[in-house]
Design a protein around this ligand. Structure first.
Ligand code: FAD
Length: 450
């Protein structure tokens, strides 16, 4: 009988357990549902929509080349998916497992209508439990429990497909208006190539220099990380494919980073509200009102007066991505220097990142804010000027903050402190020492109140 495959963040045909299983049962129709209802406040952000448009075009071509077709529909997935299945007389609905709470909710709303297959993880997080059967809250023990499952299963090849004679009707991709004009994306958006071809190009490129990953992954000026995050998020490549393509090249350091992705999925299963505002509020007095709002806007625009923070925020706005070191420094700056609630930053990232990922984004923001599981303690406050020097960010700053490009390596990290800030470069929103004291004071007051 004809089978329906419901694609979500798994926009590929190879190593796709649901597609492989469906193809073994009969002719296949692929379905993508643009659902802006079920995710609530976590509906797709601007950068993700841009990516999705191109990735769906690529997936549609891929399915056609294999002999099937991609149907596009809009609306609440728990209603639309069974509707399409009925229209085509599907004998089964197949989907890969996803870990976002809204997808789990959609799967169950009308009873468990879809047959779920293995998700895009190194190993199913439900299986990685402590001795007492609970999910791990600390990364170290999680990784140790995951380790015996390495290497992950070998990736599946793309199956041969047939399509049924009777096809459900489809929307036109162009009518979905997924290509917004904001964020700006003037600085490198065109470098991205959404879709599996782009993902594998990126992976091949990374395989060549992966030997440098351990030594250079923390240096924002150097292109030493995989830059696979948007491809992994949209499921254009799987962690299993990445692992097997790399062999030993990325080394333990890379495996550990990749496994953070599994850990954040495990935490999201344990705590589906991980991204919610009401989650473990800081308990300390965060700033609200006009002055805080003005600081927040300056942060989003990369006008904080701290070169590394500004470089990161401008890279995000112009290219849809930010180096991990800069993500750490910019998020810490918002939460600790500006004392602004972490979720405002998480929402901004959500809108601007091409790799915006509920589990990774929420878990990392909470890690920085000192509110999540296994978080860094709040009183550890990153010093953005020292971080900039330590991780040799001079060329990174030159690239993204051109008004500072003429400064020497010695001056560029702290142009105000060195008395060389050019006219037009933002004044620091707050001095580092003052910010540190303010944050520690707020933390102390919280501790006494608690
Ligand atoms: P690599 O260093 O090459 O790592 C390979 C892959 O491992 C990444 O693509 C990613 O899938 C995974 N990974 C690496 N580091 C982490 C991590 N700390 N947590 C979870 N997974 C990780 N990552 C996202 O994919 N989406 C997000 O929305 C996101 N938001 C973040 C917000 C903040 C505040 C911070 C500090 C980090 C965030 N990260 C997020 C994690 C990390 O910064 C990115 O995954 C990484 O920079 C992507 O670049 P890469 O693909 O070159 O990474």
């Amino acid at each position: 009988s004809p089978q329906l495959v419901w694609f979500r963040q798994d926009l590929r045909t190879a190593d796709h357990p649901a597609l492989t299983a469906a193809a073994a049962c009969g002719p296949v129709v692929g379905l993508y549902v643009l659902d802006d209802e079920t995710p609530g406040e976590w509906k797709l952000g601007g950068a993700s929509r841009w990516w999705l448009h191109h990735s769906l075009a690529a997936l549609s071509a891929e399915l056609e080349a294999l002999g099937s077709v991609l149907i596009l529909r809009r609306g609440r997935a728990s209603r639309v998916v069974p509707e399409v299945a009925k229209e085509m007389g599907a004998g089964g609905i197949h989907a890969n497992r996803h870990y976002e709470p809204w997808w789990r909710e959609a799967e169950c709303e009308k009873g468990d209508f879809a047959i779920l297959h293995e998700g895009d993880v190194l190993h199913e997080p439900d299986d990685i439990r402590s001795g007492s059967g609970k999910p791990f809250k600390i990364y170290g023990p999680f990784y140790r429990a995951l380790h015996p499952h390495f290497p992950p299963a070998a990736p599946l090849p793309a199956p041969k497909l047939e399509k049924p004679a009777k096809l459900p009707k489809s929307d036109r991709l162009a009518d979905w208006d997924l290509l917004p004009s904001k964020p700006d994306w003037s600085g490198g958006f065109s470098d991205w190539q959404p879709g599996t071809k782009g993902a594998h190009k990126q992976l091949d490129r990374f395989v060549v220099h992966a030997g440098d990953y351990g030594a250079k992954r923390d240096l924002p000026a150097i292109d030493a990380t995989s830059r696979l995050s948007p491809h992994l998020h949209h499921g254009e490549v799987t962690p299993r494919q990445v692992w097997h393509a790399l062999g030993r090249k990325g080394g333990d350091k890379f495996h550990r980073e990749l496994a953070w992705r599994d850990f954040s999925r495990s935490m999201t299963l344990a705590d589906p509200d991980i991204g919610s505002k009401s989650q473990r509020p800081l308990g300390l007095k965060t700033r609200h009102g006009k002055a805080a709002d003005a600081d927040f806007i300056a942060w989003t625009k990369g006008q904080t007066g701290y070169p590394l923070v500004d470089a990161g925020m401008r890279q995000l706005w112009q290219s849809g991505w930010m180096h991990n070191r800069a993500r750490l420094v910019t998020s810490s700056f918002l939460v600790k220097h500006l004392l602004i609630d972490w979720w405002r930053g998480a929402q901004w990232f959500w809108d601007c990142l091409v790799d915006a990922d509920y589990a990774n984004n929420s878990q990392n923001w909470q890690w920085i804010a000192g509110t999540g599981f296994d978080s860094q303690p709040f009183y550890r406050i990153m010093a953005p000027l020292a971080q900039s020097e330590k991780f040799d960010a001079a060329d990174y700053i030159r690239q993204w903050v051109p008004e500072l490009a003429h400064l020497s390596d010695a001056d560029i990290h702290d142009p105000w402190g060195r008395g060389v800030a050019p006219k037009g470069y933002a004044q620091p929103l707050i001095g580092h020492k003052e910010a540190r004291e303010r944050a520690l004071q707020a933390f102390k007051e919280r501790s006494t109140a608690a």
